[in-house]
Design a protein. Structure first.
Length: 151
């Protein structure tokens, strides 16, 4: 049904195809728009993780629409994978980055690189008004929701 709508929208050269697709996802695939939004936010903007969590949610449901319970189980499964990637000594680093949005460039500290590689820390880039490249870092939303992070 969604594919048919996309095809029809393309045929009509409809400029609102994105909005129509989003509305179709909200009503046909997910129980509510809030559930889809939570899944998007918990992905941290990483499309592969987003798709993986959708697949997991589908594994936890029998038919469409995907329920809040199924999405929450998929998010919990993803959190568990992230938890395994974090060493005990790295929680302090994560909390520090959460407050500063910066990472230290210390010669002997490979923890930042490990946390970036495992996507526990996310790097965002943008250009300021003078076209200078700026970077800022955030803790992945899945990690921020963990009890260990809140301690």
């Amino acid at each position: 049904m969604i594919a048919k709508r996309i095809a029809l929208a393309k045929l009509d050269n409809d400029p609102t195809i994105g909005k129509k697709l989003a509305e179709s996802l909200e009503t046909s695939v997910f129980e509510s728009a809030e559930i889809l939004e939570r899944l998007c936010l918990m992905s941290g903007g990483h499309i592969r993780l987003f798709m993986k969590m959708i697949q997991k949610a589908m594994d936890h449901t029998d038919d469409l629409p995907i329920s809040k319970r199924a999405v929450n189980r998929a998010i919990a499964d993803a959190k568990d994978e992230y938890l395994d990637a974090i060493y005990e000594t790295q929680w302090t680093i994560l909390r520090t980055v959460d407050h500063s949005h910066q990472i230290l460039n210390e010669q002997d500290n490979r923890d930042y690189q490990r946390l970036l590689a495992s996507r526990c820390l996310l790097e965002y880039r943008y250009r300021d008004e003078d076209e200078n490249l700026k970077r800022w870092y955030v803790v992945h939303p899945l990690v921020k929701e963990m009890e260990k992070f809140k301690e």
